[in-house]
Write a protein of this length. Sequence first.
Length: 331
Amino acid sequence: MVKLTNEEGQVIDVINESMVMVEVRGVKFPAYNDQLGYPYFKRFSEKKVLPEKKAKTYIDQLPKEKATSATKKVSDGVWLSFLPKFDTDEFGDEVVDYFKMHLQNNTDQGYHFQYRVKQLGKNAFELTNQVMAFQDFYLHDVPFEDFNDSPVFECEFSLITPDKKKATHFETSLKLKPKQVFARVEEIKEKGQAVFSYKLFDKYPDYVHEDVIDFTPLSNSGYKIYEASKTRQNLAPARTEVDLHIERLTDNWKSLSNFEILTIQLREFEKFYELAVAHRQSSLIIIHGVGVGKLRDEIHEILRTKKEVKYFVNQYHPSYGYGATEIYFQY
């Protein structure tokens, strides 16, 4: 029995000497032993008192039952939760050994998700799966010492049930410094809590309609066209990886000249570079292919002029070979 709420549940796992995993009405959560009671022991140890005989009640005397409604679940977004697993060091002090990572979906929509952990700019772990509405999903364990490298947790979401009014996908990321993690661990220990969490998003974003307007005459005259007044409110979701192969950008690429192809690719690169900066991403991967290197060289020349670029590399990658450039930002 959970003392705080007087709800009865079941112990389904032992986390350590002072903590267990409890399931109450289908919801699983960790709890300290002193937060629980044992109702069956209390029932059998209490002295039974025979109830007094009640006067007979006839059917027409019974009050009408009031309609009861099920507990409404509160939708407060999607969270990345950290459950620290403690151990005892050689001095007898309780220290964190590792974290059990969970994705908590506290919304009424189910999502496909791609989850990645990056350390020092490289993928350390990757998982693709789905999480249903008002459920949580165990991801993996992260050793405590890995947080010394300030890992970046990246998630890309899409709806299990597509909705034309919603965005086709949504990306978000979380970068944690060691001091932040240490502080949160101490905070939950002081408050007697078991888990700390970071919100990834409140609501899945709506689809942003892009008005198609022909600005060719102005563009040909040397003007650059921007709708600055609506930039913020119509900001599209960013991406952590952009593929610039022309066959992915247009269906009519076979009839285009090399100059036209390069122009389309650079325009796509600029678009997602600006979105990455607007969303304050930590990194961005541009897939430009190998070829003769013209597109790669043009992109590198542009990056050398950008103040937000900390550095960029075009080294061998197991997924892209030498056909991608990784960009790392500073703000």
